[in-house]
Design a protein around this ligand. Sequence first.
Ligand code: DAU
Length: 341
Amino acid sequence: MSARPILLVTGGAGFIGANFVHHVRAVRPDWEVRVLDALTYAGDRRRLEGAGCDLIVGDIADTKTAQSALEGATWLVNFAAETHVDRSLLDAEPFLRTNVTGTYRLFEAARQAGVAKAVHVSTDEVYGETRGAAFRETDPPAPRNPYSATKAAGDLMVLATWQTHQFPVCITRGVNTIGPWQHPEKAVPLFTINAMRGQPLPLYGRGEQQRDRLYVEDHASAILAVLEQGEPGEVYNVAAGNNRDNLSVAWRICERVGAPQDLIHFVEDRTGHDWNYALDNSKLRSLGWSPRYDFEAAMDATVDWYLEAQDWWVPILDGEFQAYYERQYGERLAGAEAFRG
Ligand code: DAU
């Protein structure tokens, strides 16, 4: 009998990583899944309950830890990253450590361990903003904020291991993802939780910026398709084509929660706020993947999950998050203007 293949998922206790682990366990039950996660403020072992995988707590930037987690691994999928744009505007140091140095060290350890294939999970933000055409994988990186600059640097280091060592890697670049277990710092969970609690929804600028909202299950199935079928050395865009402006998102949340629209407050904009990201996903579609959730279905499934999951998110609102919230929104909300129909 041949041994079970082993998949190492780094950052697997994070939002998209944990959803990916559950997806893989459901559709590839004969694979062994192992998670390495540093359990920073954004990681949470509760996301992995019932997933049937081992969790190793450690940092991808620590080579010894990465080497031991990689022992015997057939494949690697890397989600480990600092992800929140607003936090990168306050302090980019942790982003450099994990997204650049950590990514490099992890892929170097994976190459030396003889992993058969590795996928690096990246973001549409590396292309920079668009006000028109959708980006293709051949477009050059042009990131505009510290977070996306570190993701672009990580991508280039990963691609360099293919160019220089023929280590078989793929990169996925996903759009704004929503769904169960997303940290309350992100716009959709934050607006939902605030609407439920009768608190103001802090909408940057006039809420005109757009994002493509991809349901996390669709994102997970895309990454699995790339792991199984992607060409080594290639980048794959992951997009749903569900672009909407942020005001429409806030409206939909208020409606679903049953909260009044005047809870929406226009606050001082994010500096360097990217206008829109749009990706051409035809390369991924050629692998047979397509998204199952349109905008309405993705939004409603997400909001409904938060309505039910108070046990999960209420404890997160204390401590570190409270201090961050005050720093990020205290002055902004003091000078805010409420939405009036
Ligand atoms: O597009 C992929 C990216 O999506 C990922 O690479 C990032 O890791 C992920 O954080 C997300 O980045 P965004 O900046 O798009 O997500 P965020 O939820 O922070 O913001 C979504 C939109 O809502 C954006 O236009 C900014 C706006 N916003 C955000 C927050 C937190 C607000 O208007 N108010 C807020 O309080």
